[in-house]
Design a protein around this ligand. Structure first.
Ligand SMILES: Cc1cc2nc3c(=O)[nH]c(=O)nc-3n(C[C@H](O)[C@H](O)[C@H](O)COP(=O)(O)OP(=O)(O)OC[C@H]3O[C@@H](n4cnc5c(N)ncnc54)[C@H](O)[C@@H]3O)c2cc1C
Length: 383
């Protein structure tokens, strides 16, 4: 008789890999399949920050920011070798947000997550501190810290640890079909093999509804909007090891972050798209990012300074707000199909993947009687 796994996960992005690690470490048998490389999609196209999301405070998302700040502490502790804190400077410009609002936001940001080893925010004299980087008209700045991480590596480390815990991790093997036969999920893979499982998790990121409709043949309850976010990469724009948070007239923010020693990473944009496939930056997005940087920096950049670009897709739950106002929190959609559980995971952030994985196992507890232990991933280092 062929093996019946406790858990089958569609998608090896940070969410799928995080769940595979957590579940396999609790003694569950896990199989995960990705149609491409582990961490090869959205989870390597992010801004690469483990952050509370200062900006979300403006949308009153205190719960999300608190959870993210707590996770920032934990992820920094368990993945210190692939992450580092960097100071972010917000140059003050009265036209966009008043100074008191930013200071109030930073006070919350410093305290919402509880005890932290990450330095607190402060006000800076920009003309003294960065006379060569910013235009002179930006006199005051606000400094806070967040964590920069290698997003793809984080995903791969989770998958590797799951493998050490005996999980079966399959790459370049698309899930073609998932159906219930004789009281078990039967998953048909691209290589024609069939895998059996008691629980099915759909963690296919921006492909979530496509997987649900085309491969599992179930109608989704949640409508999503696919919102593209693009980055440009230039040669290092300044030598100091600081990042900048630039406010734009449309109230969106753009980060300029030191990247891989020799480069600056600049992003991101928000553009609604129809499909998660073949995402590339548009001319308008490139211009938007260049304009944003040139509003602030003395050194002006042009299209020819761009050495690389990448774009990723956010699957945002449709709630008919502007893209920047739609929640970045995750949403679980648990379905019981002929008595078997199917959990669809919508959205989320790189930052909260670990907590998300814990919550998945909590929500599925009654379907996973072989679970041998409780939460553990906040303590064990990722190597
Ligand atoms: C531009 C941008 C910037 C971001 N910046 C940040 C940031 O700085 N910090 C932060 O915390 N978060 C950030 N995020 C959010 C974060 O990147 C995502 O929440 C996270 O990567 C989503 O992971 P995932 O596992 O859900 O999706 P993905 O990483 O996309 O993984 C889904 C996987 O499913 C696979 N798949 C799909 N269909 C199938 C199928 N039928 N069979 C098998 N496999 C399948 C895909 O190949 C893919 O690898 C950003 C997102 C974007 C778009």
């Amino acid at each position: 008789m062929s093996k019946v796994f406790d858990l089958f996960i569609i998608g090896g992005g940070i969410n799928g890999a995080g769940i595979a690690r957590d579940a396999s470490g609790r003694g569950l048998s896990v199989c995960l399949a990705d149609k491409g490389e582990i961490g090869g999609a959205t989870s390597s196209w992010s801004t690469k920050l483990i952050h509370g999301g200062l900006r979300y405070l403006e949308n009153y998302e205190f719960k999300l920011v608190r959870e993210s700040l707590k996770e920032r502490e934990i992820v920094y502790k368990i993945a210190r070798h692939i992450s580092k804190p960097i100071p972010f400077i917000i140059p003050h410009t009265d036209k966009i947000r008043p100074a008191w609002l930013i200071k109030f936001g930073l006070l919350l940001y410093d305290n919402l997550g509880g005890k932290t080893n990450i330095p607190k925010s402060k006000t800076l004299d920009l003309n003294k501190k960065f006379p060569n980087i910013l235009k002179e008209k930006f006199k005051t700045g606000f400094q806070y810290y967040d964590i920069q991480i290698d997003d793809k590596k984080l995903t791969k480390l989770n998958a590797q640890d799951a493998k050490k815990n005996k999980a079966k991790i399959l790459e370049y093997n698309k899930v073609k079909k998932a159906e219930i036969i004789n009281n078990e999920w039967v998953i048909s893979l691209q290589d024609k093999k069939k895998i059996k499982s008691k629980v099915l998790i759909n963690a296919s990121g921006p492909w979530i509804n496509e997987t649900l409709h085309k491969n599992i043949k179930i109608k989704s309850k949640n409508k999503i909007r696919l919102v593209k976010g693009s980055h440009i990469i230039t040669k290092k724009l300044y030598k100091e090891d600081v990042a900048f948070t630039f406010q734009n007239i449309d109230k969106r923010i753009i980060f300029v972050i030191p990247y891989k020693k020799k480069f600056s990473l600049i992003g991101t944009t928000e553009v609604e798209v129809k499909s998660p496939e073949n995402t590339v930056i548009s001319k308008q997005e490139t211009q938007y990012l260049i304009r944003s940087v040139n509003n602030y920096l003395k050194k002006q950049i042009r299209k020819k300074d761009i050495v690389d670009t990448y774009s990723g897709i956010r699957p945002l739950i449709e709630d008919f707000k502007e893209a920047s106002k739609v929640t970045r929190d995750y949403v679980f959609d648990l379905n019981i199909v002929n008595k078997l559980p199917l959990l669809n995971i919508y959205g989320g952030k790189l930052t909260t993947y670990r907590k998300l994985s814990e919550k998945v196992l909590l929500d599925l507890k009654k379907f996973l009687p072989k679970t041998k232990k409780g939460p553990w991933t906040d303590k064990k280092k990722l190597f």
